[in-house]
Design a protein around this ligand. Structure first.
Ligand code: 4AZ
Length: 547
């Protein structure tokens, strides 16, 4: 039995049979949110569209947003909507049928939608490397309308050359039909809402998303205060920035976030500029190729982005190669340099790849890659200390000539070092008058003899006015901070630290968004998600009276 199993048992025990008591409350007042927005007026963002459930024809029911994008031809005519992949894919990975979706164009008010504004789709194109693994990666899709829209201004998509326009601190604009009251329920407006907020530095944002984000993501929010954000229902819609001459650029696609408008957790967007050439390839029917190398954890209970290994012990690299364009690719060459310090495990290369010691690289050749085809290639290496992926890339031939990709951010596998992860478990709703636990779980996913760590403290900032009924596991409270010393956390181990809080009154919201691990006063790792509990009604059981 490993510690994760113990943890699961512990959590089950925690949420059963708790003593009930009544005590005072303190919850944040609900905020109006897109989160924090105001109604869109006609003409504000003419390119803003809603994705509608096609089979509901007596009203316009929006489930996501999107944007009409410039196709490079006549500016006021386009057939293309840019949106998020996760709007179109169900939990089993099935892509929606185009006939199930309509796009509402030129109308910010769902109650005023006319049949002529409800447009059919002819095609859905989802990025072939879309991954949903806690964090969303490559959350990008295009919708081709059955007939072009004319007379509506589309938005131009940002390219890497525009990067100063969506640099940290720049003002961005968001709009959509998403939830305005995520703290306490669902309030989906009929009229789209809009707001403005700054772009947040990726490294700062990544502190709160546990390092899972990369340069294919973009964050926006008021940091650390929160209060303005996109939310459920805004997904797929545009994050816009100034183009410097009175217009807008499409800089991000609403993708995900922890909560909506929460302190410390900016909203996360797919970075449009990263996908600009992929988008252009779909619109123009061009060749395109993608490659992405990852070192996923062997154990499925470990978050996808955490890659650790023990010293001199084999672990697997996965290389995803996609024909992400519209044309057949031939004679594709995939080259992956081994990380410096790593040695190849003999016989571990999949799919006919060949190791060349002169270049310390593995090469795979493919006679043909069909449009949409994804090849998953693997090999194993081992190393004494942490390694970062070497150069990798793919080159292929097409009717457009050669196409190439250098892949994504390099990926580090942590070897023989601690890799800390902090998260929280809590009931989403609690009964009025009850006492309930919030368990903060600290895990060290590091592997190897030197991967343990000592002298940690878990520190939880409680919202003003919250007084724990009890603090378990040796924690102490000073002001609004509860802290637990953790003398040592061995490799591949974890602990839970629990506070017991009192539910307030019906509709109260309690949210803890700032907790993390410290070494002295140095923050090592912040909590990977926030805590939010909502107080529900107490259930009163009538006594059974026997006659
Ligand atoms: C969503 O689930 C979602 N706060 C969209 C945006 C954000 C969170 C969730 C950002 O569609």
């Amino acid at each position: 039995m490993n510690w994760r199993y113990h943890l699961a048992l512990l959590l089950i025990v925690l949420f059963l049979g708790l003593p009930a008591s009544v005590s005072s409350r303190d919850g944040a007042p609900p905020q109006l949110t897109i989160v924090g927005g105001t109604p869109v007026a006609p003409g504000d963002y003419p390119w803003l569209v809603a994705l509608l459930i096609a089979e509901i024809t007596d009203e316009a029911v929006a489930f996501c947003g999107g944007a009409l994008i410039d196709d490079g031809g006549v500016f006021t005519t386009t057939q293309w909507v840019l949106t998020a992949a996760h709007c179109l894919i169900d939990g089993d990975g099935n892509v929606a049928d185009p006939s199930a979706i309509e796009v509402l164009v030129g109308q910010q008010d769902l109650t005023q939608a006319t049949p002529a504004q409800r447009r059919d789709l002819s095609e859905i194109i989802v990025h072939p490397l879309y991954v949903s693994a806690g964090t969303l990666y490559n959350d990008v899709a295009l919708l081709r309308l059955a007939t072009p829209v004319t007379g509506i201004t589309p938005i131009r998509i940002a390219t890497p050359a525009d990067s100063a326009r969506f640099a940290p601190g720049q003002t961005a604009y968001i709009a959509g039909w998403g939830n305005r009251l995520p703290q306490t329920g669902i309030d989906l407006p009929a009229v789209a809402h809009k707001a403005q907020l700054p772009i947040v530095d990726l490294a700062t944002c990544n502190e709160r998303y546990d390092g899972a984000l990369s340069s294919i993501h973009l964050c926006a929010g008021i940091y650390p205060a929160g209060g303005v954000d996109t939310c459920q229902g805004d997904s797929g819609g545009p994050l816009m920035v100034s183009d410097g001459s009175g217009g807008f650029l499409h800089a991000g696609i609403v993708s995900f976030g922890t909560g909506c408008g929460w302190p410390h957790f900016p909203g996360v967007y797919a970075r449009t500029a990263f996908f600009a050439d992929w988008i252009a390839a779909q619109i123009n029917g061009l060749a395109h190729v993608d490659i992405w190398q990852l070192s996923p954890p062997a154990d499925e209970s470990v978050p996808f982005h955490i890659a650790t290994a023990a010293p001199n012990t084999p672990f697997t690299y996965t290389v995803l190669v996609a024909n992400s364009g519209a044309l057949l690719l031939t004679d594709a060459i995939v080259a992956v340099e081994l990380p410096s310090g790593a040695t190849l495990v003999s016989g571990s290369i999949s799919g006919g790849g060949v190791y060349d010691s002169g270049t310390n690289s593995i090469f795979w050749l493919f006679d043909e890659l069909l449009p949409g085809e994804v090849q998953e290639l693997t090999y194993q290496v081992q190393a004494a200390t942490s390694v970062t992926s070497g150069e990798y890339g793919v080159l292929a031939n097409s009717d457009d000539g050669l196409v190439a990709s250098d892949g994504r951010d390099p990926f580090t596998t942590v070897i023989n070092q601690p890799r800390l992860y902090v998260t929280a478990f809590y009931p989403p709703e609690v009964e009025v008058g009850s006492v309930y636990p919030v368990a903060f779980v600290v895990a060290n996913f590091g592997q190897g003899p030197n991967a343990g760590i000592a002298n940690l403290a878990l520190v939880v900032d409680l919202p003003a006015g919250v007084t724990p009924v009890a603090i378990g596991d040796g924690g102490t409270q000073t002001g609004n901070e509860v802290s637990w010393p953790i003398a040592a956390l061995p490799a591949n181990d974890g602990v839970a630290k629990t506070i017991f809080l009192a539910a307030g009154e019906l509709g109260d919201v309690l949210r803890i968004t700032d907790y993390g691990l410290y070494n002295g006063t140095t923050p090592l790792r912040y909590g990977a998600r926030g805590v939010q509990t909502i107080t529900g009604p107490a259930i009163n059981y009538l006594p059974i009276i026997s006659r």
